[in-house]
Design a protein around this ligand. Structure first.
Ligand SMILES: [Zn+2]
Length: 91
């Protein structure tokens, strides 16, 4: 068994491999928007993972840099397909 380390808040990223506190894997996430809670005034960041999840974070519960966390296999497959498409090769 290996210890897992996640590094630092990462709300400043637009897209990256990130860890969400309720998940046990790092997902490849893209920030898709942000909104402000009208009652608390807290800024909420909205994220979409390559495997189709919608997640939320704020500055109190930020996304974390993925460090050496294990990556979601469905996100990895989606990323490989994207890279292959961008380089003009079939997935
Ligand atoms: Zn995923």
């Amino acid at each position: 068994m290996t210890d897992k380390f996640a590094f630092g808040p990462a709300n400043d990223r637009d897209e990256d491999w990130l860890v969400h506190n309720v998940n046990h894997k790092a997902h490849f996430m893209k920030r898709v928007g942000e909104t402000t809670n009208p009652y608390s005034g807290v800024t909420i960041f909205m994220w979409e993972t390559s495997c189709g999840r919608h997640l939320y974070s704020n500055n109190h519960w930020p996304m974390l840099d993925s460090g050496n966390w294990p990556r979601c296999l469905r996100c990895e497959a989606a990323q490989r397909a994207t890279v292959a498409r961008k380089s003009g090769r079939a997935a």
